[in-house]
Design a protein around this ligand. Structure first.
Ligand code: CP
Ligand code: NVA
Length: 297
């Protein structure tokens, strides 16, 4: 594995390897090897971040490396310098790059031109670091996904929904996506996915019924904040106690955060499931340390 650009491109073996390594690193925290000793990793972010930025900065330090945070306004990328030129400069100076941006193609191009290990820290297409932390959380809480039904309630074509779809394709669990019709994955995407274990409905109750994991995410992803028309499509899609009454009795609730209470999730449900949701947030650190160890050699 040279880069982590998408969950789509990972093999089942790589996913399991990263999750096993993350679990091990979690147990070993404080007694880390210094796999990134002498290495500088650049974090190039053109979107806001709390969890991703902090977990990568802490993780790189714990592995003996040095994180260098570069918001787009700090570097010439913000003034229009090309990704391929930025990549060729940084590739000669730093040992790895972690990129959060809009277009997936920018991360792909950076990896191609820089020649250094490159990690997708969220694009409009995918959030591979988050899905690995989510899978780790499901493994910890439920022992795995064998025979489990996982529901995703929200924007069915967001980076998180797409990441869940590819995880389901690779790992074979039942994934039910509930999204307003205008926010469902298009037919050609589902054809490319080719996963009969992934279903899409416009009815949150159908997706939630007997589900063991109920997942949600913001209705408007970063960059879409002014799309009020889109937000109106989500009436009736809140993950709340009335909806969860139809889930399996031992269900868990996941949210990648940040959360908007009273929109995609109710206040009481977020607080009821806070132990799981913040364990999920913590797992970002462990999952990303596993990625760094895999790429940083
Ligand atoms: N879940 C997640 O990626 O959070 P941040 O946007 O705070 O990094
Ligand atoms: N879908 C959300 C995820 C945030 C972590 C977004 O892109 O804003």
């Amino acid at each position: 594995m040279k880069h982590l650009l998408s969950i789509e491109q990972l093999s089942v073996r790589e996913i399991h390897g990263l999750l096993d390594s993350a679990a091990h690193l979690k147990l070993q925290r404080g007694r880390d090897g210094k796999q990134l000793a002498g290495q500088t990793w650049a974090l190039i972010f053109t979107k806001s971040s709390t969890r991703t930025r902090v977990s990568f900065e802490v993780g790189i330090r714990e592995l003996g490396g040095f994180p260098m945070f570069l918001s787009k306004n700090d570097i010439q990328l913000g003034r229009g310098e090309l990704v391929k030129d930025t990549a060729r400069v940084l590739g000669r100076m730093v040992h790895g790059a972690i990129i959060r941006t809009f277009a997936q193609q920018d991360v792909v191009e950076f990896a191609q031109y820089s020649g250094i290990p490159t990690i997708n820290a969220l694009t409009d297409d995918e959030h591979p670091c988050q899905i690995l932390a989510d899978l780790l959380t499901v493994r910890e809480k439920l022992g795995g996904w064998e025979g489990r039904k996982i529901a995703f309630i929200g924007d069915g074509f967001s980076n998180m929904a797409r990441s869940w779809m590819w995880a389901a394709k690779h790992l074979g669990f039942e994934l039910a996506i509930a999204a307003p019709v205008a926010c469902q994955p298009p037919a050609d995407y589902l054809t490319k996915l080719g996963a009969s274990n992934v279903t899409v409905t416009g009815d949150p109750l159908t997706a939630t019924r007997d589900a063991h994991v109920i997942n949600t995410d913001v209705w408007l992803s970063m960059g879409q904040e002014d799309q009020q028309d889109k937000e109106r499509e989500f009436a009736g899609f809140e993950v709340n106690s009335a909806l969860l009454a139809h889930a399996a009795p031992d269900h868990i609730v996941l949210h990648c955060l940040p959360a908007y209470r009273g929109k995609e999730i109710s206040e009481d449900i977020l607080e009821l499931h806070a132990a799981t949701i913040f364990q999920q947030a913590e797992n970002r650190l462990h999952a990303q340390k596993a990625i760094l160890v895999a790429l940083g050699r």
